[in-house]
Ligand binder design. Structure first.
Ligand code: ADP
Length: 487
């Protein structure tokens, strides 16, 4: 492997099942490549349903004791895991940039963000409280919270570290075991994380990682296996829907963090500089590949021209390239297929009358690059309005009234994140409450952290990750009735 890091024993190419590094049963592997260079990085063991079944059985065995430990004991292991992630953060960031493409500074940021979930839930796991309910008769109702059971997690490639810790952190903290299928594009980050969890002293079998190129085989077993009580997924809406259907047969609980179509609504009374800076971050972070990335810039007519000018001028300063190069501001997109898909949305917009202000073409740096793009003269019939772009393309739509903005913002089946720029307090409240989104940023697009409830409404999913609410997704509510109190 050509990835140069301090501790090369973090570079794992096998699956981690029941505390052992193993090959897939049939010896198959799949390749991981660097999207910036096309360079082959590693061949990773590819597992299927049988290995997934064994991991789930091991999880059930391991959980039997783990769930009975005092929360403090579980917390101690998570604290150690957190410490190891921090100590190895530069190695983890290098692995991430190599397999995912984002700039090294973005990778460092993600590793810190990912670690923050482990720390947060190590603390929060000690605060799983219940209730005592005074009942109408000679009884007392007691409510206790218990771990939901074995959890299966499926994670995407855009945040190869944090999407894992955001699920494993709360699951492990409350006493669950977890089996994880990372995205086939970015398994190295997942395998390094589980190696560190193992070094932290996580009991054997409690956390298995199942890399594989046959996602339906692994996902099929996860959703059909009766031992799995909960499936947590971050990824596309079509796959989320499929997994929910598969989970229906055994009535599993699900948490779904799916696609978005985030509007950034910029009113005439906004502070232009703050709005431009926020929109730039929201649109181009991770080269446009986050589920809360600005998908539609909705700008009021009075500020529209000034906004487009300032925004495009800033975009023209971007330097796309290899995420390891110091001058690079934005890395490649994940695959050539993704770059082509982004271009097809731009072509659709242009064919329907959009104007390319800047960009609009694949990048010359390699097959996975796409130029940072700004489009005007865009309409709500175009794919860039209707679909998640997941790339560095900013369509800037014009609106007249606040009511128009709210209508346009809500004109989508998605409902993850939205952003509003205005100096009016009344408008901030009115619009925040009128738009159907799980998260709203007012004069701010950097809304994520471990302390807030991240999640969406409508077809963007269900459940919340992070914050005190993030524990609920891994807990069952049990009511115990104590009677005959006067005896
Ligand atoms: P993206 O378009 O971002 O790759 P996907 O929803 O396809 O989003 O992928 C997110 C995760 O879901 C990845 O780990 C992928 O391997 C997995 N996945 C894709 N299809 C299935 C499936 N049919 N069953 C289970 N997991 C799947």
């Amino acid at each position: 492997m050509t990835i140069q890091i301090k501790d090369s024993s973090l570079l794992k190419t096998q699956a981690f099942i029941d505390g052992q590094w193993v090959d897939g049963d049939n010896g198959e592997t799949f390749a991981v490549t660097d999207p910036a260079t096309g360079e082959h990085l590693a061949d990773i063991a590819s597992v299927g349903a049988a290995e997934t079944r064994r991991a789930i059985a091991a999880a059930e065995r391991a959980m039997a004791e783990w769930k009975t430990l005092p929360a403090k004991s579980r917390s101690d292991v998570l604290e150690k895991w957190h410490q190891l992630i921090i100590e190895n953060s530069e190695d983890l960031a290098i692995i991430m940039t190599a397999e995912q493409g984002k700039t090294l500074s973005e990778s460092r940021g993600e590793v810190a963000y990912g670690a923050s979930f482990v720390k947060w839930f190590a603390e929060e796991g000690k605060r799983v409280y219940g209730d005592i309910i005074p009942t109408p008769s000679d009884r007392r109702g007691v409510v206790v919270k218990q771990p939901v059971g074995v959890v299966a997690a499926i994670t995407p490639w855009n945040f190869p570290n944090a999407m894992i810790t955001r699920k494993a952190g709360p699951a492990l903290a409350v006493g669950c075991a977890i089996v994880l299928k990372p995205a086939a594009e970015t398994p190295l980050s997942a395998l390094a994380l589980v190696e560190l969890a193992n070094r932290a002293g996580l009991p054997t079998g409690l956390f298995s990682v199942l890399p594989g190129s046959d996602a339906p085989a692994i996902g099929g077993e996860m959703t059909a296996n009766p031992t799995v009580k909960k499936v947590t997924f971050t990824g596309s809406t079509p796959v989320g829907k499929l997994l929910m259907k598969q989970c229906a047969d055994s009535v599993k609980r699900t948490s779904m963090e799916l696609g978005g179509n985030a509007p950034v609504i910029i009113f005439d009374d906004a502070d232009l500089d703050i709005a431009v800076a926020g929109a730039l971050t929201a649109k181009y972070r991770n080269s446009g590949q986050t589920c809360i990335c600005a998908n539609r810039l909705l700008v009021q007519e009075g500020i529209y021209d000034a906004f487009v000018e300032k925004f495009s001028a800033a975009v023209s300063e971007f330097r796309i390239g290899n995420g390891f190069a110091a001058e690079t501001t934005h890395g490649p997109v994940i695959t050539e297929k993704a770059a082509k898909e982004i271009h097809s949305k731009v072509e659709n917009a242009v064919a329907e009358g959009a104007t390319v202000v800047i960009g609009g073409q694949p990048g010359e740096q390699g097959a996975c690059f796409y130029q940072p793009t700004v489009l005007t003269d865009v309409t709500d019939t175009m794919r860039v309005f209707r679909e998640e772009i997941f790339g560095p393309v900013a369509p800037v739509f014009k609106f007249s009234t606040e009511a128009d903005a709210v209508r346009m913002a809500n004109d989508t089946e998605f409902g993850l994140a939205a952003y509003i720029y205005t100096e009016s307090m009344g408008r901030s409240w009115r619009v925040s409450e009128a738009i159907d989104y799980g998260m709203v940023g007012v004069n701010e697009t950097a809304i994520s952290s471990e302390v807030i409830p991240f999640g969406g409404v409508k077809e963007s999913g269900q459940g919340r990750e992070g914050s005190k609410y993030g524990l609920d997704d891994y807990l069952e509510t049990k009511y115990i009735c104590f009677g005959a109190l006067q005896r």
